[in-house]
Unconditional design. Sequence first.
Length: 396
Amino acid sequence: MRFHPWVFSGAIASIVGNPAEGDVVEVYSAGNQFLGTGHYQIGTITVRILSFTPVVIDVTFWAERFRQALDLRLSLGLERRLPHPFLAETYQTRETCENDVYRLVHGEGDGLPGLIVDIYAHTAVIQAHSAGMHHARQDMATALLSVLGSQIHRIYYKSEGTLPYKAGLNEENEYLWGGECKELLPLATENGLRFHIDWLKGQKTGFYIDQRDNRSLLQQYAKGRTVLNMFCYTGGFSVYALQGGAAVVHSVDSSAKAIALTNENVLQNFKEDARHQAFTYDAFTFLENMGEQYDLIILDPPAFAKHQNVLRNALLGYRKLNALAIKKIKKGGILFTFSCSQIVSKNDFRLTVFSAAAQSGRTVRILHQLTQPADHPVNIYHPEGEYLKGLVLNIN
């Protein structure tokens, strides 16, 4: 057994009964050996395995998995505030302090394929990517409350745009527990910096938690530099650059709402800071028209490719984007460049950036190869879970 959490349709010889999309089913080998329990779905991936041993999928199951996930995050020091009463004494010395933003559940990486749970201060945001997880949402909310206790004031379910279209669930986002937040844009803390979180209308669950460690790394490079943060969204990299002592930080996004949120986050941390300016602008147009004034550039675009049939065009887009930045950055400059497209492999991304560098004719060296942080773990049997790729380049 290879313990991959997906059972593909081509591997299934027969289906007993008539399971509906999202039902819990058991999988057996041709020799009638139990292989796993999981959620049934229609499509290429027929079963997403939840357990490779016999188990009842109920509130107790969800609570145990959530406890395991939280225990890992606490052992890594990712959640730093009030201690939890059920945890061992080794955790009881933790005090309220500087980080209450983290991913509690990362799908296959936590043995729960099709499920994301993010924590923003006192709010848990659940995002389902399968019908099975959708059907279990109330049990999961009950389990989260039993694990997280009074530190959670509300649980928000945000799966309207992530559930399989063909399942016909017609689901709307909703609060599963607790009321709406009284603050228009609630605040959460990441590494001592404050950010507005819009889980109602924001991208993903409201914030790009997966770039936390990479933002911290950027902070170390920012001192005295002129920084350009492309595709800034909530301005995370911009805030960290300012914290690191950047001389100038320019934030660019095509969305006026994103620019407004970036300005709010800068204001929250630095009040009126003349070092920062934000521009509502198309990224490619901005890069083509800008001068050579920047010596630190961040390229963190949204996923250019979500399906295999558009991979080639996505790679061309990454190459064009990186070629423009490498051409325009100052001598000795630092480029942070990323791809969050799951179907773009690490090798594809590196070759694309290599092509962009060769096109520029400049000397380019790799300083760091980046990925997602520890609260986005990758199941060793499911390498597809390593979706975030990044390079830090020195350009002369």
